[in-house]
Design a protein around this ligand. Structure first.
Ligand code: SDX
Length: 393
């Protein structure tokens, strides 16, 4: 379980850093946050408690959780000037660049407490980000549908507050659905950290230059927006919609993937590390059944997803390449059932991943030995040659 570096012929494959936060065994399909198995945390913990665990390294006592919850609760509101920031975006702006820009802008309101080496500054920035990202995410959605922003209601939990600010309107009360809150809280737990994935490595790399926490997280949000990374959950829905529109013909689609027609991939399948079923996908699949069959009305997209999974798990093409469902395969179906539009799916991923980004950034700042060093390369360009005048080229 100790990271070691191996130099494969022709390809440098090294551990990018050491970290004590999250452990993954890709072959065995194991994921643990600070030693606790993901299935136990998903079943028994809460997103805010898991955020505490990732950031401070231990599960909180009741008093510690109460204090942490209260500190976060005090910071859910945005500065009024930051609210006007959203007006600068076009109505159809994708919420991910809005989220990233707003997080970077958020830091500009706290110029006096951005020093990565001042423990009090790091602590208040941690609390501000955890508290305000859900508010920013809700406002990015409200902006896209032209509805008024709702102020946070601190009598609610962080997840309840987010749902109310997202789906509530000033004209009527918003009824909190406990099943939806529980399902979303669990999804946020499952996304909370995942060792050195693309977006977390981005946060660490940007932070290693001593950029402040807001700017480092803002960079991580952009990395997450890529369709091969956090953008995959939206791409899965688009893929399932496409199959449904073509009459639900799963076999023809699978054939296209195997023939690599137009580079089409089975989105939500495969993983750089898991060469087994992603443990998060197994947990999410159970929640999918609960949420989608809640009102007894199934979803044709779920049927297509189940057929796709069945086909892929039996097909040598996918078995040989160790392609199994990953965290993104089912999440989009749940988010859609909750009422989120596809372009908000990756925003939800970012909300979940935030405590992991913060924990990893703090670990790197506190212990430079865990820093991702300046990456090197294997040079494959031209050997030395002399400059030639333009007439001689
Ligand atoms: C996330 O790093 C993390 O931890 C990320 C994440 C996190 O929590 O932060 O887990 C979240 O990003 C999950 C992944 C979401 N992305 C997708 O679902 C997009 C679809 N997946 C692929 O893009 C791909 O599987 C990757 C990028 C995720 C992983 O690629 P690998 O393991 O490096 O595999 P590869 O690109 O080297 O491909 C190996 C072979 C190739 O075929 P051959 O050239 O050998 O014939 O597998 C094929 C690929 O074409 N392949 C796929 C495929 N993924 C790989 N073929 C069809 N569909 C796919 N999804």
């Amino acid at each position: 379980e100790t990271g070691d570096t191996t130099l494969d012929i022709g390809f440098v494959n090294t551990a990018s850093c050491t970290s004590a936060i999250t452990y993954i065994d890709g072959d065995a399909g194991i994921l643990r946050y600070r030693g606790y198995p993901i299935d136990q945390l998903a079943e028994k913990s809460s997103f805010l408690e898991v955020s505490y665990l990732l950031i401070y390294g231990e599960l909180p006592t009741e008093a510690e959780l109460e204090d942490f919850t209260e500190r976060v609760r005090q910071h859910t509101m945005l500065h009024e000037d930051l609210k006007s920031f959203f007006r600068g975006f076009p109505r159809d702006a994708h919420p991910m660049p809005v989220l990233s820009s707003a997080v970077s802008a958020l830091g500009t309101f706290y110029q006096d407490s951005l020093d990565p080496f001042d423990k009090a500054h790091v602590e208040i920035s941690t609390i501000r980000l955890l508290a305000k990202l859900p508010t920013i995410a809700a406002y990015a959605y409200k902006k896209s549908i032209g509805q008024p922003f709702l102020y946070p209601d601190n009598r609610l939990s962080l997840t309840e507050n987010f749902l109310r600010m997202t789906f509530g309107v000033p004209a009527t009360d918003y009824d909190i659905d406990p099943d939806m809150v529980k399902a979303l809280d669990q999804l946020l737990i499952l996304h909370a950290d995942h060792e050195q994935n693309c977006s977390t490595s981005t946060v660490r790399l940007v932070g290693s230059a001593h950029a402040n926490l807001f700017n480092s997280v803002s960079a991580g949000i952009h990395a997450l927006s890529g369709p091969l990374h956090g953008g995959a959950n939206s791409a899965v829905l688009e893929m399932l919609d496409g199959i449904l529109e073509s009459g639900g013909d799963v076999d023809t689609f699978v054939k296209k993937v195997k023939n690599k027609e137009d580079g089409v991939k089975l989105m939500g399948f495969g993983h750089r590390v898991y060469k087994n079923y992603d443990p998060r996908a197994a947990i999410i699949k159970k929640t999918t059944d609960t949420i989608l069959n809640k009102d007894g009305v199934g979803d044709p997209l779920l049927d297509i997803a189940l057929q796709l999974e069945q086909r892929a798990l039996e097909d040598d093409y996918f078995i040989e390449r160790k392609l199994y469902p990953n965290v993104d395969f089912y999440t989009g179906l749940i988010y859609k059932a909750m009422g989120f539009p596809t372009k908000m799916f990756t925003v939800l991923f970012a909300m979940g991943r935030l405590p992991g980004w913060i924990a990893q950034w703090r670990e790197m700042i506190e212990d430079p030995a865990t820093k991702i060093g300046r990456p090197r390369q294997v040079y494959t360009g031209e050997t030395e040659r002399d400059y030639r005048a333009i007439g001689d080229r």
